[in-house]
Design a protein around this ligand. Structure first.
Ligand code: S3P
Length: 432
């Protein structure tokens, strides 16, 4: 949770119109920042995420011996050292679960002792899920009651065959990052195919990675080489604008150079199923990542309704708060199940979404693993408690666009964790 507390008033909109080019994908930025620190040579990245989370990954990379330079044109250059240096001070992961979990894997083969710390929110999040496989590989990992600080005493690693108990791309990536440096071939099996940016990033940096329908394997002792890359726009940031545009008949919003990796683009299918018109153009591939132009127009008669459960919930995990926040405005509502993971994100997102929807006058039913949000409800402006969680602040800014009266977002500054430009861009595309 951030220390400062700022409020932001979001007024209703009449329409959403315009075109946007968004800062780089958060998941890809983390992986490129961390791998470039281990690679030999200088990695040059354009459109790196502007969020505080990815700055935490870059800060850790620098603390581990990488030379990180920000050029005037926004390009980030990272000169890797091929190996990590010792750090006498703890490595600060801020609010970023991705940084903490992936670094645990990446540092596991280095013969030093590191301590990873985070803010109050990150220090409440479960770390046992990463301690277990990485310690099976041979590193000594210590937690406090399953939480950060994470202490890593690295050493010689052996490959493992691991099935993730909960679908998690962060855990999968941590195991692959450790596997890259282990003896033998490491395989991760998963019941739901989670985002595959870790696999694609490893390949981009020159590692050989094998994939089957439900597993990924990596041989150990592979060296990485620096890359030059332009990171695609973040589709999870676009999600707030896609959902906003889907609410207003007559809307027209275009995104240029948006990341469209199939393991991340499920929201486009859900919005289409709800009746929105989505067009995709100019598809190309960059370092294995699909990028394209996306256009969204709302249906004339409003969005219908849907159920999101099973594998869909895991694939849409970051988009569920905004889908729930717009659900009252649909005709038949949105039902979310199998999304218990939402309770251990930057906040308990199920509880906060339910409470904030109720504050805006909605009827909503909360379940341990999801929510039922009936449709056909008009919301009114209210005071929103973001809980210091970026996705809650942004999701309810979108709900506010169609509410009657103004909405006050408490802790609005938390949007900067992933998307500092959010409010400015919202004002740019919202017709008032
Ligand atoms: C991420 C994976 C997801 C997601 C997070 C980023 C990643 O978390 O919620 O915002 O970059 O791998 P889990 O892997 O824990 O589900």
């Amino acid at each position: 949770m951030l220390e400062t507390k700022t409020e932001r008033i979001v007024t209703p909109a009449r329409n959403i119109l315009g075109s946007l080019r968004l800062p780089g994908d958060k998941s890809i930025s983390h992986r490129y920042a961390l791998l470039s620190a281990l690679a030999s040579g200088t990695t040059k990245i354009t459109n790196f995420s502007t969020g505080a989370d990815c700055a935490s990954s870059l800060g850790c990379a620098a603390a581990l011996g990488a030379a990180v330079t920000r050029r005037d044109d926004g390009t980030i250059e990272i000169l890797g050292s091929g190996e990590f240096k010792a750090s006498s001070t703890p490595l600060d992961c801020g609010n970023s679960g991705s940084t903490m979990r992936m670094l645990t894997g990446l540092l596991a083969a280095t013969p030093h002792t590191y301590t990873l710390i985070g803010d109050a929110s990150l220090s409440r999040r479960p770390m046992e899920r990463v301690r277990k496989p990485i310690s099976q590989m041979g590193a000594e990992i210590t937690l406090t009651d399953g939480h950060a600080p994470v202490t890593i005493r690295g050493g010689k690693l052996k490959a493992i065959d691991y099935t993730t108990p909960v679908p998690s791309a962060q855990v999968k990536t941590a195991v692959l990052f450790a596997g890259l440096q282990a003896e033998g071939t490491t395989t991760v099996h998963e019941s739901v195919r989670t985002r595959d940016h870790g696999e694609l990033a490893l390949r981009a940096f020159g590692a050989h990675v094998d994939r089957s329908a439900d597993s990924v394997s990596i041989a150990g002792s592979q060296a990485l080489t620096a890359i030059e890359a332009a990171i695609p726009g973040d589709i999870s940031s676009a999600a707030f604008f896609l959902c906003a545009a889907a609410l207003f008949p007559g809307s027209n919003l275009v995104f240029d150079s948006l990341g469209l990796n199939p393991t991340r683009a499920t929201l486009l299918d859900v919005l289409t199923a709800l009746g929105a018109h989505i067009g995709v153009l100019n598809l190309e591939e960059k370092h294995g990542e699909l990028v394209g132009m996306v256009q969204v127009n709302a249906p004339v008669n409003g969005l219908t309704g849907t159920t999101i459960s099973g594998a869909l919930s895991a694939q849409l995990i970051d988009e569920l708060p905004v889908l729930a926040a717009i659900a009252p405005y649909t005709q038949n509502g949105i039902r979310i199940r199998d999304a218990k993971e939402l309770r251990v994100k930057e906040s308990d997102r199920i509880a906060l979404v339910a409470n904030n929807l109720r504050a805006m006058g909605a009827h909503v039913e909360e379940f341990e693993d999801g929510l039922d949000v009936p449709g056909g409800q008009q919301l009114h402006g209210a005071e929103i408690n973001s809980g210091g969680d970026h996705r809650i602040a942004m999701a309810f800014s979108v709900a506010a666009l169609k509410a009657s009266g103004d909405t006050v977002i408490q802790g609005a500054e938390s949007a900067a964790i992933s998307f500092p430009e959010f409010y400015e861009l919202l004002d740019q595309v919202a017709e008032r």
